[in-house]
Every structure is written in C-alpha cells, then in structure tokens.
Design a protein around this ligand. Structure first.
Ligand SMILES: C[S@@+](CC[C@H](N)C(=O)[O-])C[C@H]1O[C@@H](n2cnc3c(N)ncnc32)[C@H](O)[C@@H]1O
Length: 203
C-alpha cells in the first residue's frame, strides 16, 4: 500500500476511534492512556505512595495517568522525543539504552523502585517485522534494568509484540519474576500484534 494511502486510512481510523475522542475529552495526550488504565484496573499496579518510571513516555499520556494516581511518590519519565512537562514528573530527554541515562535514572531515585512501565516502541525502519524485533530488544533491556532496580515486590509492565523476541521475553520474565501475565487490553487495536507483559515479585 502506498504511504499516503496508509496515512489517509490512519486519519480516517483516528476520527472514528472512540478512544481518540475520549482522550481528547478527558485531556489526555494520547489514546494509549486507556491501555494503562485498563491494565491498572485489572492488575492494581498503581498506588498513591509508590515510585515509578515511565520508559518511552512521549507524548505523555501514561505519565499523565501516573501523575494523577501517585501523589506521594517520585515519578520519572524518559523518551528520545522531547515532550511537554507534566506535574509531579521528573522528565529526561534521551535514549533509555544509553548507560549514562540509566545512571541518571538510578541517581534520581537513590533507592529501588516500585513500578517500571515501558511503552517503548520504534517506528522507524518502515519494516514492521524489523520494528517489532527492535521493540523486543527494548523490552528486554527494560526488563534487565527492572531486574536490577525494582524492589522485591516491584512490578515491571511492558509492551510486547507477538512474534520476534516474544519467547525470549517470556522465558526471561519467568526466570526472574514469581508472577508473569500477558494481557491485551480492550483498547489495544485488534489488528495490532501488540500485547503487554506484567511481571510481579522478583525471585
Ligand atoms: C507508543 S509511544 C509511547 C506513548 C506513551 N506511552 C503515551 O502514553 O503517551 C512509544 C515511545 O517510545 C519512545 N522510544 C523508542 N525508543 C526509545 C528509547 N530507546 N529510549 C526512550 N524512548 C524510546 C518513542 O520515542 C515513542 O515516543
């Protein structure tokens, strides 16, 4: 399909999408917020007094949700893309895979963290399979960072794509966490291979 046809389809779909409409009404920067909201409603991940990290945060709807729910804990958000500030959130512009950025995150908290969420995804190569492989690598990097920096009772939540590194992500998660669930929230588009992995309690 030609590129301008794809973008016309995308615009058409966006206009009809109830989650897009709802996010505008509720003042969220992206429909992606409903995925986190639905995951939170099911798995009860976010509490008022926890510390949290949002990886791949731009344009910022997950961070907006975290900020509205966490009033007594530190929150940090990072993305390669610059995004508008959000109340109660310390934001970093940069590549999460950069060791210096990871050090900056660790220094900000000084302690282990309760929740790490990652919606990181790449959309750069024009090749869906390749993008999904790179996104899988990002998830594995985020999981490895979480294993080293979460509290014993902490939670790691990440976007994953079926295929590519799915098996490696699941086996690594099961090796290091006591509980692992895969969940596709209702607001995640049916035609998308996206799903989410929720890992709780480090072994
Ligand atoms: C689907 S969007 C996130 C949407 C976000 N959860 C929200 O609710 O607004 C994926 C984001 O991952 C970011 N990303 C991709 N690779 C990254 C990396 N290596 N480090 C930090 N962010 C990255 C992209 O720049 C993009 O903004």
């Amino acid at each position: 399909m030609k590129k301008n046809k794809i973008s016309k389809n995308w615009i058409y779909r966006q206009k009809r999408d109830i989650y897009v409409k709802q996010s505008k009404l509720e003042g969220y920067r992206s429909r992606a917020v409903y995925k986190l909201k639905e995951i939170d409603q099911k798995f009860k991940l976010i509490k008022n007094n926890i510390s949290a990290i949002d990886l791949g945060a731009a344009p910022g709807s997950w961070s907006q949700y975290l900020s509205s729910k966490i009033k007594k804990g530190k929150i940090l958000a990072i993305d390669i893309i610059k995004f508008e500030e959000i109340e109660n959130i310390y934001s970093i512009e940069g590549d999460f895979t950069d060791q210096k950025k990871q050090r900056e995150i660790i220094d900000f908290f000084q302690n282990k963290v309760d929740l790490i969420v990652s919606d990181m995804a790449v959309n750069t190569t024009g090749n869906k399979n390749l993008d999904s492989i790179v996104t899988g690598e990002l998830c594995l990097e985020a999981m490895s960072f979480s294993i080293n920096n979460l509290n014993e009772n902490g939670t790691f939540l990440s976007k994953i794509f079926m295929g590519s590194s799915f098996n490696e992500i699941i086996s690594t998660g099961k090796k290091y966490f006591k509980e692992l669930k895969v969940f596709k929230p209702p607001s995640s588009r049916k035609e998308s291979k996206e799903s989410f992995v929720i890992c709780k309690y480090l072994k």
